[in-house]
Ligand binder design. Structure first.
Ligand code: AHG
Ligand code: MN
Ligand code: MN
Length: 338
């Protein structure tokens, strides 16, 4: 639809495919199907107040959190759409304790592994606050045509071939990377297409926003407590005190900080002794996007993307955003080991 002055997600995906030598269109097809699932979930999210889809589904997911109905819906939609693409041999999601495979001829032959948080920030749906879907794509290690193995899923984030998120906000956007920068697409509901709106996004190297659930303050590591005080101190040269902004949806908090410059922090706490956020389908994709936009993602002691996951639902402390801010937290943590 370039003749119309816009570039749709599908056109963009196809254009970019030529940048990958030997690409056969499999990843393109997969991303195309992610876009379709996103549109279906978006429709439901927008209607959430009108139909009986709000509220608890009554099932407790693997994380011990009650699944909201929309989490289950989004999970099923994405798995269904991606299964239909025939490019995925296995799925790992927040809502399923075990990995999912389909033993049909097409799925087994798929080259890719798909990991996702189908609805992130879902406790915010009932109150009309932005939520999202986070996804991460790996090339399988096991041979095509066989049933995938756990090693296919437990790859370090550096091995991601693509990652992104959809934010269902005041408008719906899809942001993704295939390792050559981050691009953003805004859903134009009048034509039902994601249209290129943010080209090659670069996050500010430094920022003035910090996002953390300060209700957990007493449980934070000393270095984080001191960093928060640092953010609140006066320093006209660095525009401090910084502003605190916390939505409670990782996708929404990250999205704002990515565009405006800032840091998101989720340290270990008494309730979540290794952090709350899940490495495979929350931290890794967000970390990959952050790095691709010139930002940084850390566990406080090292790069998130270098960790070899020990299990599917492993949690890690997470610090992500503008490079200088993340480096500052690392400094505080190193200097204040508790
Ligand atoms: P999810 O809805 O997928 O379980 O994720 C919620 C996560 C994340 O989106 C957010 O950053 C964090 O939980 C908020 O946690 P607190 O309520 O502890 O601040
Ligand atoms: Mn989440
Ligand atoms: Mn979720």
């Amino acid at each position: 639809m370039q003749g119309y002055g816009i570039t749709t997600l599908n056109e963009f995906i196809i254009e970019r495919q030529s940048e990958f030598p030997f690409a056969k269109g499999e990843l393109s097809r997969l991303l195309h199907h992610v876009g379709i699932a996103a549109k279906i979930v978006n429709k439901k999210v927008n209607k959430a107040g009108l139909v009986d889809i709000l509220g608890e589904a009554g099932v407790v997911n693997i994380q011990g959190e009650t699944q909201k109905k929309m989490d289950v819906f989004a999970d099923q939609q994405f798995i269904g759409a991606l299964r239909a693409s025939g490019e995925c041999c296995g799925f790992a999601t927040e809502e399923n304790e075990e990995t999912i495979y389909f033993n049909d001829e097409f799925s087994k032959d798929g080259k890719y592994i798909f990991c996702m948080d189908p609805l992130d920030g879902s406790s915010n749906i009932d109150v009309n606050v932005s939520i999202g879907t986070i996804f991460s794509i790996y090339r399988r290690i096991s041979p095509r045509g066989t049933t995938p193995v756990m090693e296919d899923f437990l790859q370090p984030g550096r091995n991601q071939v693509a990652a992104g998120y959809i934010i269902y906000g005041s408008s719906t956007m899809m942001m993704y990377t295939t390792g050559m920068g981050v691009n953003g697409f805004t859903l134009d509901t009048s034509i039902g297409e994601f249209c290129l709106s943010h080209i090659n996004i670069k996050t500010p190297d430094d920022g003035t926003l910090y996002s953390i659930n300060e209700g957990n303050y007493v449980h934070f590591p000393l270095g984080v407590k001191k960093y928060i005080k640092h953010c609140q101190e006066m320093d006209p040269d660095t525009n401090r005190p910084y502003s605190s902004r916390y939505i409670g949806s990782l996708v929404a908090d990250f999205h704002r900080n990515l565009l405006k410059g800032g840091i998101f922090l989720y340290p270990e706490t008494a309730k979540a002794p290794t952090g709350k956020l899940r490495l495979v389908y929350e931290c890794n994709p967000i970390a990959y996007l952050a790095e691709q936009a010139g930002g940084k993602a850390s566990t406080g002691v090292g790069c998130v993307l270098d960790i070899v996951p020990e299990s599917l639902h492993m949690r890690v402390p997470f610090y992500v955003g503008s490079r200088k801010m993340v480096e500052k937290v690392e400094e505080f943590l190193a200097a204040n080991k508790s």
